[in-house]
Design a binder for this molecule. Structure first.
Ligand SMILES: C/C=C/C(=O)SCCNC(=O)CCNC(=O)[C@H](O)C(C)(C)COP(=O)(O)OP(=O)(O)OC[C@H]1O[C@@H](n2cnc3c(N)ncnc32)[C@H](O)[C@@H]1OP(=O)(O)O
Length: 129
């Protein structure tokens, strides 16, 4: 229906929250929020507001040092609602087993999180009618 939006971010030691430098799952929702904002700006010329998620799945662990690509697209346009799907994928991983600075680009990205959610842009703020 609409174009996709994508951001790519490296998880830092600041993002690590649990043992073994595991990153909090909420960090993926933080990325999806920025993807949603871009989708809404492209669709409506407005940042909009996130109303809610109907599903969130954490499918693989994320660690400090991983590069995460978060993508999303609008799948349904309501009057003021915009339903979206999101996917976060791990595309680069550290290789501490080789040495402290070694990293690999993954031939096949690992899907770490999927979500479906709805944002709202009130009618009077939609600028791309
Ligand atoms: C991009 C990321 C941004 C953020 O993260 S912002 C920070 C987090 N979000 C917020 O702080 C938002 C707080 N919530 C609100 O301000 C309000 O609450 C809303 C503006 C989200 C909605 O308020 P109202 O417009 O008065 O609600 P309605 O008139 O009942 O519904 C408007 C449209 O939105 C759909 N909708 C409302 N809630 C949900 C939901 N929880 N899940 C799915 N859809 C929802 C409805 O159906 C309808 O749709 P239809 O205009 O197309 O007919």
């Amino acid at each position: 229906m609409s174009e996709k939006a994508m951001i790519r971010v490296r998880m830092s030691m600041h993002d690590a929250h649990y043992g073994g430098n595991l990153v909090d799952g909420a960090r993926m929702l933080n990325l999806f929020g920025d993807v949603a904002t871009e989708l809404l700006i492209r669709q409506d010329g407005d940042e909009g507001l996130f109303a809610g998620y109907e599903s969130v799945e954490f499918l693989a662990p994320v660690y400090a040092g991983d590069y995460i690509e978060a993508v999303g697209e609008i799948t349904k346009l309501g009057n003021s609602s915009r339903k979206m799907t999101f996917e976060a994928r791990k595309v680069i991983v550290p290789r501490p087993d080789l040495n402290e600075s070694a990293c690999d680009v993954l031939e096949t990205p690992i899907v770490v999180c999927r979500a479906v959610g709805t944002c709202v842009v009130p009618k009077d703020k939609q600028r791309n009618k």
